[in-house]
Write a protein that binds this ligand. Structure first.
Ligand code: SAH
Length: 248
């Protein structure tokens, strides 16, 4: 359990949120709060209009530590120089097409890289977002899908959506790896199970062998989809073998 928590923290620590040219200190505070809620604590600010700021502290509530540890830079390149994955956020389509993802897809990319890379998620100015040059520094762009009539979210709310998805994706990935108590069946074990079930179905004349239609495909899809584990394959195969013995 402890080990799992360390893994989660390590992954979350590899992510930094970069706010570029923020005008309203309240948004910086609210972004810090959003980050702390999701366990992401590295905040970098590029040319904030007003920082440090009492308004920012007030809006951060219990996330004052994130503001105190925030790093301030003169330009974006300095803020992201050590990052291998850089993701820019944008409320609208830009002239230059770029790989563009929704927050969930972007979070999956982050989660895949988070154990071995530094990652930056960049947010733009309240009035005009990121410049094309700044977006050009990014590997990927993220757009939060909205009503087309009003696509621009409040800065801190956009941060909230991204950090929420990142936390969920990292947790999900770790659970995928750790949550099961028995090893998953490998391809060969699953094939043996499917063949065994087919053998039994033929023995009890469950289907017309000359015309199986999609039956075997559906059985196969069921077992593949369920990502069956070794103990489960043993239970099914034990049952099939017992029925076969009784049939004799
Ligand atoms: N008019 C600006 C909107 C700026 S909103 C623009 O066209 O980009 C301030 C910041 O919040 C944006 O730079 C972006 O980082 C984030 N943001 C707001 N709405 C967003 C959306 N729908 N998708 C992605 N990021 C968004």
């Amino acid at each position: 359990m402890e080990g799992k928590k360390v893994l989660l923290t390590d992954s979350l620590n590899s992510v930094k949120i970069v706010l570029v040219g923020t005008t309203h200190p309240g948004n910086i505070g609210a972004a810090a709060r959003a980050m702390k809620n999701m366990g992401i604590k590295n905040l970098s600010l590029v040319q904030p209009k007003e920082f440090p700021s009492d308004v920012a502290i007030y809006r951060s509530k219990a996330a004052k530590d994130i503001l105190e540890n925030a790093q301030v830079f003169n330009n974006l390149e300095e803020a992201i120089f050590d990052c291998e994955l850089v993701i820019g956020t944008s409320a609208r389509g830009r002239k230059v097409p770029w790989p563009i993802l929704n927050p969930k897809q972007a979070a999956e990319e982050v989660s895949r890289s988070s154990s071995h890379h530094n990652i930056a998620i960049i947010f733009g100015r309240e009035d005009r977002g990121l410049t094309n040059e700044e977006l050009g520094l990014c590997n990927l762009h993220v757009n939060i899908p909205t009503d087309p009539d009003y696509s621009s979210l409040n800065l801190a709310q956009a941060v909230q959506i991204l950090v929420y998805e990142i936390r969920q994706a990292i947790l999900g990935e770790q659970e995928d790896k750790n949550y099961w108590d028995v090893e998953l069946a490998n391809n060969d074990q699953t094939e043996l199970l499917i063949n065994h079930m087919d053998e039994l179905m033929q023995q009890v004349e469950f289907y017309d062998v000359d015309n199986p239609r999609k039956l075997l495909l559906r059985v196969r899809r069921f077992f593949k989809r369920s990502r069956i584990d070794v103990m489960e394959t043993n239970i099914f195969r034990g049952l099939f073998a017992t029925i076969q013995k009784k049939l004799k």
